[in-house]
Write a protein that binds this ligand. Sequence first.
Ligand SMILES: Nc1ncnc2c1ncn2[C@@H]1O[C@H](COP(=O)(O)OP(=O)(O)OP(=O)(O)O)[C@@H](O)[C@H]1O
Length: 607
Amino acid sequence: MAAPNSKKSNNETSINETSLNEKSALRHLRPIFRFLLPYKWVVAAALFALVLTAGINLSLGQGLKQVIDQGFIAGSMAQLRGSVILLISLIALMAVGIFCRFYLMSWLGERVSSDIRKAVFARILALHPSYFEENRSGEIMSRLTTDTTLLQSIVGSSLSMALRSTLMLIGGVIMLFITNVKLTMIVLLCVPMVLLPMKLFGRRVRTLASSSQDAIADISTYAGEVMQNIKTVHSFNRQSTELAAFDGEVDKAFAVAKKRIMQRSFLIAFVIFISFSGISFMLYSGGVDVLSGKMSGGELAAFVFYAIVVAMAVGTVAEIYGELQRAAGAAKRLIELLEVQSEILDPAQAQSLDTQAQADVIEFTDVSFHYPSRPQQSALSAFNLQISQGETVAIVGPSGAGKSTLFELLQRFYDVSAGSIRLHGVDIRELSLHDIREQMAMVAQHPVLFSADVYHNIAYGKEGATQDEVSAAARQAYADEFIEQLPDGYHSFLGERGVRLSGGQKQRIAIARAILKDPEILLLDEATSALDAQSEHHVQAALTELMKSRTTLIIAHRLSTVMHADRIVVMDKGKVVANGDHASLMQQSPLYRKLCELQFNQPSASV
Ligand SMILES: Nc1ncnc2c1ncn2[C@@H]1O[C@H](COP(=O)(O)OP(=O)(O)OP(=O)(O)O)[C@@H](O)[C@H]1O
């Protein structure tokens, strides 16, 4: 397996390109606010609680001044009691405010990240399938999970902390000025000394955070691939190579993270040191004023209180700034994904499909096509083929001839580069994607089954299928017998930790699914690997059932299939090279003769 970094795509829309514009990283958080819009009343309530708690917090300084000046220094017990009661009432009100703020903000964080997750997944489902060839699914998964979780913590806590700290900072500075101008100037001197390194280190943290996220995505992709191919790894005894390669990736991610946390630790320590040094100096200077009677003890206490409030606010902002930068990286990646446009879209005004139309069911006219990732190499060129209603057409050809590509294009997973494909006389680009796919069912060479039970896998063929329909389809596909024998019958779980089915059994489940869909057109890709005689017999019987009265296109790997087809199309290098029945092709097409010998394992003479 290649090292993950080597697989990065060069595509412009690739999500690998996540380097952040240094100057305006935080602007990437802006689009996230649109997810807050539906909850504007919750946001308003949370903001109200935030302003209330900040206001009360700031007024505590005045309370403190009262307690000291009126209570202690004036020596009045009654005033002391009154001030303390006022203080406790304020604190109680603040506690209620903190509860509301914390609950509402966390609620918003959870809600918004859930909404973003849903929106991203909806986008993923709507994207053209080739997007997933250009971008690794591990990276997309990381967006769906890690990035949204990061945003959840940002909206749920960091943003609230940042807002609160900013309010406290502004309010604290105003209160400092009101209390004592000279001492305030000393405190303010420290501000540029704090802000400058914040800006400097913030930029580095931001860049490192983005590469840290990418490195983690690389790790999960790598681990996922190894797990998927675990048997190959074991067969070739490559565990230690894989382990070493994985360790290398993890260490790389760790090295990036280490740099990031080093920058952040340094930033936090520096900011705290400067802030508290300033406070100490200010304390000294204020102490001198109290001793000389220029200032009351209560005023100094209130001043210290506000200075600590301001210092803590600056410290919090410094700490959260890095986190906001990280979130900006996550937001940018998520918004990129949300904004990717599908290359395969429904037409503005879809035509309706008339299945009774006289035209051929399927018509390929001068179709040329190359895969987006291989612009230089044509998969099909000037390809022509007409298939009429109810016809069974077998497609044969050497590997790479373009047989599977036909199926991909028919389902409009890609658009043709030139020419056209028509269904009942209508260009498929003028039909809705839903209509095109509703007409067809595909049984793949290696059918993909979901990690769910057998029932779900068959019922996937038709929305809202009833139990009776599912079992009828299974019976028609000659699958009910083996399904009944599974440990939990139709409710046996398939997939990673479920029952393992043989190739033939999987195919029959896929056939049952297709029968349930009851499509007009069938796309069959026969299994290349030979099934045992009994499975072969069952699969053949199931296929015959499925093909009854439908138009069928079948990529044939078995002699019996070509013999039963109405017509055989021989393909080579993206073109039709011969067309006819078995006997005529044996006469006319050297390639067909050769394929018969090799592919069907039959000497041409005996066919
Ligand atoms: N997703 C893809 N991206 C890029 N190139 C592709 C893709 N799928 C197929 N190709 C290329 O397009 C050409 C036609 O491939 P296709 O899979 O249609 O051939 P095939 O006749 O079905 O072969 P086989 O019998 O081996 O499955 C080949 O050169 C193949 O390498």
